[in-house]
Design a binder for this molecule. Structure first.
Ligand code: BG6
Length: 481
């Protein structure tokens, strides 16, 4: 039983990262290039052409990073595994050095009382799979992903309890096939986008099917970039637009993970536009069966959306991401004839024009609880900002403390209101590479001296004010928020 107003004693206080964004060592110890290693080399794709070749050098400094986590008292560390370290050249030959690297991370975490939480796929597909059959565009990926997943479950399943199959399938597919901001860099490929998603669902489902056979005492689910939404006003057409937005932008993913089916109205809409995915016999049986074995809903939460009706000749860019970092430059997004998303005039925004809405997270958790009744892992939440390293190597980030504090207050209320939230992972622990925004957009509790403006930064780590603040929150089981 939980005392009202308290976090559960076994609450998993954590932070999250992704391999490409922290590891570096992009061609070391047998690792082969991923689609990201190639994509960042296309001129104009990332801020100042920044790559993750070195990233924050976690590959060589993971012991130092995990020691900082331990000193903070962190209970869980979510990280992703680079497929390109495990099966670098073909799906027939596993790379022992890759396996050993993550084995050691897991061991060092456990020695320090930190539960590892593994993401199987955080967007860094092996380039050779892209070259061989265009990666997610082919059904071949389903079998290969399953094999990769099973290898990891067998290797680490006796030590690791928490597993996330996919990170933000909704984002990597939209940015990869609709707005050309991620590999493979295609735009307006709406039909292919839904087909790719269907394959990713099936790959996730295959992995989930195998999971409980191999990992006796574990939990598995997918993490999704959830955008809780508000109708602009009470005009029925705006309320309908909100329903369409939810079906097409949220439930399209969460319903498949939790129920094994697509939302009906959204499917009808895609069929009417001739962009619905091709579904084979047996697909729905697999999705349904896997949905019954999913243990939690993983939620990455950064912002909510306002939804307004959008005329047929209205804005049509399906949600590109603002990468400039200059306030007031973000483009309105939407789908012609369906919805558009104006900024919320009642809420502040980050330097990247992302709405800051702590209560939106509580609303989202409540929605998941009433719609799916699954435990929730908040697998990402955090503030990307310009931080300043002072002469004395301190970093004063009261804005980040406030952001996390306000979100935690709402999480606590959602728990009181019945949501079964078992973990909270901030994005991120150390600063890291923000895919499209270089190193200038910082998220960490730990400042890393890495920058696109200098040629040889030291990569030294410095604790920010938020580091000490979160340490105290964990020590007091959340009482100090
Ligand atoms: C999520 C991703 O979309 O948001 C992370 O899972 C990412 O990998 C994070 O870094 C923040 O996005 P951005 O664009 O600010 O780095």
């Amino acid at each position: 039983t939980i005392e009202k107003g308290s976090f559960p004693k076994d609450f998993l206080w954590g932070s999250a990262s992704a391999a490409y964004q922290i590891e570096g060592a992009w061609d070391e110890d047998g690792k082969s290039p991923s689609v990201w290693d190639k994509f960042v080399r296309i001129p104009g794709k990332t801020f100042k052409g920044t790559t993750g070749d070195v990233a924050v050098d976690h590959y060589h400094r993971y012991k130092e990073d995990i020691a900082l986590m331990a000193e903070m008292g962190m209970k869980t560390y979510r990280f992703s595994i680079a497929w390109t370290r495990i099966y670098p050249n073909s799906m027939d030959e596993v790379n022992q050095k890759g396996l050993d690297f993550y084995q050691d991370i897991i061991d060092v975490c456990l020695e320090n009382g930190i539960q590892p939480m593994i993401t199987l796929y955080h967007w860094d597909l092996p380039q050779y799979l892209q070259d061989a059959y265009r990666g997610w565009e082919s059904r071949q990926i389903i079998e290969d992903f399953e094999k990769y997943a099973v290898t990891l479950f067998k290797e680490y399943g006796n030590k690791v309890k928490y597993w996330i199959t996919m990170n933000e399938q909704n984002i990597f597919t939209r940015l990869g096939w609709q707005s050309a901001q991620h590999p493979p860099g295609l735009s307006d490929e709406d039909k292919l986008h839904y087909q790719v998603n269907h394959h990713a669902f099936l790959a996730h489902a295959k992995a989930v099917e195998k999971f409980h056979e191999i990992v006796a005492d574990g939990m598995v689910g997918a993490s999704f970039a959830f955008h809780p939404s508000y109708a602009l006003d009470t005009k029925p057409k705006n309320v309908l637009a909100k329903h369409d937005f939810d079906d097409l932008k949220n439930y399209w993913w969460m319903d498949v993970y939790a129920y094994g089916r697509y939302p009906r109205a959204a499917m009808k809409y895609l069929e009417s536009k001739n962009i619905a995915p091709k579904i084979q016999e047996g697909d729905f049986e697999l999705l349904k069966s896997a949905s019954e074995k999913v243990d939690f809903m993983g939620v990455n939460y950064y912002r909510s959306d306002v939804v307004e009706h959008n005329p047929e000749d209205g804005v049509d860019n399906s949600g590109i991401v603002n990468v400039s970092g200059k306030k007031g430059t973000s483009t309105e997004t939407g789908m012609a004839g369906i919805y558009k998303s104006p900024l919320n005039p009642h809420l502040p925004t980050t330097d990247w024009d992302w709405t800051i809405d702590p209560m939106g997270l509580r609303i989202g958790c409540r929605e998941i609880t009433s719609r799916y009744d699954l435990p929730i892992i908040i697998s990402e939440n955090g503030l990307g900002a310009f931080d300043k390293l002072e002469e004395d190597k301190s970093v004063h980030d009261p804005y980040r403390i406030k952001y996390i504090q306000e979100h935690l207050k709402q999480i606590k209320m959602a728990i009181d209101e019945g949501s079964d939230i078992i973990a909270y992972c901030t994005w991120s622990f150390t600063d890291l590479l923000s895919w499209l925004n270089g190193y200038q957009k910082r998220y960490g509790f730990v400042y890393v001296d890495q920058s696109e403006y200098e040629s040889n930064p030291s990569l030294n780590r410095y604790k920010k004010d938020s580091y000490y603040w979160y340490k105290n929150i964990i020590e007091t089981d959340g009482e100090a928020i």
